[in-house]
Design a protein around this ligand. Structure first.
Ligand code: PLP
Length: 423
């Protein structure tokens, strides 16, 4: 079975294209892809619970349960569920394997990137203060060094993941401010990899931190592909780097990676489950998710950036082609620069002719059958991750679609937009 579905799906699609059915007749939802094949005898608890299954034309968003695991990862998770093991043995073996695969000194599976940020901070705190800090954080901070230097522009929605450790942010803007921000209480320098603002480069950020002997962390949660980013940032000199498991790597949503220096990963491990009196105790990663994360990395490393891009462009082109005769409609392929760095389809039209707002299109796609989620930047002025910030646009994130689902998205978009078209 190929990564983009069964041969049968492939030939079905070719066949439909040849017979001109491609935009009027979709593959049945159930047949859309291998990822969605049910195990024999399995109860569909989404159906049982009455939870609507959606087609993800948005991207790797937490509220949409991130990505789906490829069949090989699903199978590894199911197998892991069958046997108990010593949790610490599994954590250690998984970390060592990941470090080899990802070309870094050490690695650990965390309960997501946010958890990796917290554990990285806890590691920096314990390296700076000694291991008693593990028990002290985050409430008994008297006498503990706890300053984390960050660019003001890198303060973000995940600040709390660091603040969980009782730290205090020291904000800087210029390189000069950064250089003079170090004190005996500095424990960590924090970097938000996908930030579109901030005057200080990664290289300068690392160089100055190293000169002061302070560990330097990079949050690159959503920043693969390219696949090589899994080692680019550690090789650049960041002491710790975090990735989300449930985004582009397509592992379990509640898994993530913390990669970096051996002593820091060791310290992070000691602040994590299965130890009880530490702040990571509630960030337990079960055996199924540890194995799922490792299997997802294995899957991801067999892929190629060129194939990813080519396939996502094909999907975007297919959707664009289905819409091209809608009056005034223009589409373009857009690749955000760092996070979600894959082709997205941007659609614009004159709302005097196609009398529906992008937000209303998203609403109707969501309410339709099957339910389809467009990218949240659709109709939004709060453009995120490099996506343009004007309200007059539909954004289709094609990378989390299963093979065949692009055709369904195209058909539904065409229906909704055609119905709203006058004259
Ligand atoms: C998604 C994201 C996170 C959180 O990742 P989880 O794996 O959901 O915990 C942290 N930082 C950034 C920049 C992200 O995009």
């Amino acid at each position: 079975m190929s990564r983009f579905g069964t041969r049968r799906n492939f030939f079905e699609r070719i066949n439909m294209a040849l017979t001109g059915f491609v935009f009027t007749r979709a593959l049945p939802f159930q047949e859309a892809a291998a990822t969605r094949q049910p195990l024999t005898g399995a109860v569909d608890y989404y159906d049982k619970l009455g939870v609507t299954k959606t087609i993800n034309a948005a991207g790797t968003y937490t509220y949409l349960t991130g990505s789906t695991m490829p069949p090989s990862v699903q199978a590894a998770v199911a197998l892991a569920a069958k046997h108990p093991v010593y949790l610490e043995d599994l954590q250690k073996a998984a970390g060592e394997y990941l470090a080899r695969q990802l070309r870094c000194e050490a690695a650990m599976v965390t309960a997501g990137a946010a958890s990796a940020i917290t554990l990285a901070t806890a590691a920096c705190m314990t390296v700076a203060n000694g291991s008693t800090a593990s028990h002290a954080m985050p409430t008994d901070m008297i006498g503990l060094k706890n300053e984390v230097i960050v660019q003001r522009a890198h303060r973000y929605d995940y600040d709390h993941a660091l603040r969980n450790c009782g730290i205090r942010f020291v904000d800087v803007e210029t390189l000069q401010e950064y250089e003079s921000a170090f004190t005996p209480n500095t424990v960590m320098c924090h970097f938000f990899n996908a930030s579109e603002a901030g005057k200080i480069s990664r290289e300068d950020w690392i160089r100055v931190a190293q000169a002061h002997g302070v560990p330097c962390f990079n949050d690159a949660a959503a920043d693969v592909p390219p696949i090589s980013n899994l080692w680019n940032y550690t090789h650049m000199g960041f002491d710790l780097v975090a990735f989300s498991g449930g985004k582009g790597i397509r592992g379990p949503q509640n898994a993530g990676l913390l990669l970096g220096r051996k002593n820091l990963i060791g310290a992070a491990t000691k602040n994590n489950s299965p130890f009880d009196d530490v702040l990571g105790r509630g960030m337990k990663v079960a055996k199924e998710q540890i194995v799922g994360m490792v299997a997802a990395v294995d899957w991801f490393l067999t892929q190629s950036d060129e194939e990813f891009e080519a396939e996502f462009r094909r999907r975007a082109d297919r959707i664009a082609a289905a819409l091209k005769d809608i009056p005034t409609l223009k589409s373009e392929i857009f690749i955000p620069p760092i996070a979600n760095n894959v082709p997205h389809l941007l659609i614009r039209y004159d709302q005097q002719r196609v009398k529906i707002s992008p937000k209303e299109v998203a609403k109707q796609m969501h309410a339709g059958t099957p339910s389809i989620e467009l990218n949240p930047a659709t109709g939004s002025t709060g453009g995120s991750a490099g996506i343009p910030n004007d309200a007059n646009k539909i954004v289709v994130g094609v990378w989390m679609l299963e093979p065949g689902e692009d055709v369904i998205v195209a058909r539904r978009l065409r229906e909704v937009l055609t119905k709203a078209t006058t004259g």
